[in-house]
Design a binder for this molecule. Structure first.
Ligand code: ADP
Length: 273
């Protein structure tokens, strides 16, 4: 981009326009390619459980006089149906967070509320794996934004922590105020003692449909959309999500959001325009 900027400055007006046009076209092409990939991925991801359901229903019909087989197939049908429902729900969440108007319902949200909702979301899974989830530092903390989306973001992080951890481990949710250059940030960190993420995959896990180990992710009912949703929510709230991880030891995902009163002022000023 720097090279382009320098040559654009040095070039006469006509070629500068051409350069800008070329840049625009490249960006348009890139967006178009991302969109095409996305549609192809969605179609594939939807077709897999739908195809399995169709095969399994045939198997149930064939096995009508074998009650044990019928119940086995029905169990697998239930699993595929859940996967399909999760996927559709996450696609709906994703399109909601990509909607520019998402902050129209912004309010001051206590971090403790977000933690409660996240815990509700994965209590069953955590209990069945004997995973203890502890939280701290969230009582006097609030963030400014869309409650449902912030809850979905933290919920996804905690859900992943539980999903990618072995039984009898711990997950910690820690809230804090962070002093940074030029102000304060609110940070909510989710730490697990799970399988970790190889360094080469660390940046890519935030991409839609990216999974480090598709087989394992599928076993947890994963769709590869969760972290893409978290990233969108963080960005549209003026914040960011980061990951630290050591393979075989665990991961920490941090959600950093602007200090609530400054986020609120900025948001209200933007709406007045
Ligand atoms: P999924 O629905 O597959 O969990 P996500 O977008 O939430 O999709 O996560 C993308 C991938 O990142 C997962 O498939 C998994 O491989 C990896 N991942 C996410 N969170 C964790 C974690 N806490 N520990 C280890 N791996 C993780």
């Amino acid at each position: 981009a720097d090279v382009l900027a320098v040559s654009a400055r040095a070039a006469p007006l006509g070629s500068r326009l051409v350069l800008l046009l070329v840049e625009d076209l490249t960006e348009a092409r890139r967006i178009e390619a991302v969109r095409r990939d996305f549609v192809a991925n969605v179609s594939h991801e939807l077709k897999t459980p739908a195809g399995a359901l169709s095969l399994l229903s045939e198997a149930v019909l064939d096995a009508a006089d074998d009650p044990e087989a019928v119940s086995r197939f029905a169990g697998r049908m239930q699993y595929e149906a859940t996967r399909l429902t999760n996927l559709i729900q996450e696609l709906i969440d994703l399109s909601r967070v990509q909607d520019n108007d998402m902050l129209s319902n912004a309010e001051l949200v206590p971090a403790a509320d977000l933690v409660t909702e996240a815990l509700e979301r994965c209590r069953q899974q955590a209990d069945s794996k004997h995973i203890t989830i502890a939280s701290g530092g969230v009582d006097d903390l609030s963030v400014w934004g869309n409650r449902a989306q912030l809850a979905a973001a933290l919920g996804n992080l905690v859900e992943n922590a539980v999903n990618y951890s072995p039984p009898h481990t711990r997950v910690a949710i820690a809230g804090s105020r962070l002093r940074v250059q030029g102000g304060e940030l609110i940070e909510i960190a989710v730490t697990d003692q799970g399988i970790g993420i190889p360094e080469t995959d660390r940046e890519r896990v935030f991409e839609r449909f990216y999974r480090v180990d598709p087989a394992r992710s599928r076993a947890t009912g994963g769709t590869g959309l969760g972290l893409a949703i978290v990233k969108h929510v963080a960005a549209s709230h003026g914040g960011e999500v980061q990951v630290w991880s050591a393979e075989g030891q665990g991961s920490t995902f941090t959600l950093r959001l602007p200090e609530p009163s400054s986020a609120r002022d900025r948001h209200l000023a933007a709406r007045k325009k």
